[in-house]
Structures are given as structure tokens and as C-alpha cells.
Design a protein around this ligand. Structure first.
Ligand SMILES: [Zn+2]
Length: 74
């Protein structure tokens, strides 16, 4: 197989990445893809909304990890 190399900027977070190695292209990551899809579905496309969504995702992940540490399921 031939490896292709094309560096582009993510339309969501402007991060440079290889277009051919991303599984969420044209976005850099699945997270950017999901955020963009959510905005289209909600029809709330604004810069302010972007920042709020990113913060919410981070908080959700951290909360889940803390819960796993507090609970001993075994
Ligand atoms: Zn991105």
C-alpha cells in the first residue's frame, strides 16, 4: 500500500493533521466530528457554542474517571 501524506487544518479546531490518517476526516478527531455534527443537528452554529461543548465533553470524561475510582465493582 502506498502511504499518502496531506497535511490540512481541522475545520473545527484548526489543528494541523494528516488527512489520510484521520478516521474522522475532514476533522482531526472523532471529537471534532461529533461536535460539528451536533451543531448542525441543533442548528446552533456559533463560536460561543463551540467552547461550551468542548468544556462539557472534558467535564464528562473527568467525572466518569472519578466515578470509576470511587466505586469498586469487584
Ligand atoms: Zn479538530
Amino acid at each position: 500500500m502506498q502511504r499518502k501524506n496531506l497535511i490540512i487544518n481541522c475545520p473545527k479546531c484548526k489543528t494541523s493533521f494528516n488527512f489520510y490518517t484521520s478516521q474522522a476526516r475532514p476533522f482531526c478527531s472523532d471529537r471534532c466530528k461529533q461536535v460539528d455534527l451536533g451543531q448542525w443537528l441543533n442548528e446552533e452554529y456559533s463560536v460561543a457554542t463551540n467552547e461550551i461543548v468542548d468544556f462539557t465533553l472534558d467535564s464528562t470524561i473527568e467525572s466518569a474517571e472519578e466515578s470509576n475510582g470511587d466505586f469498586n465493582w469487584q
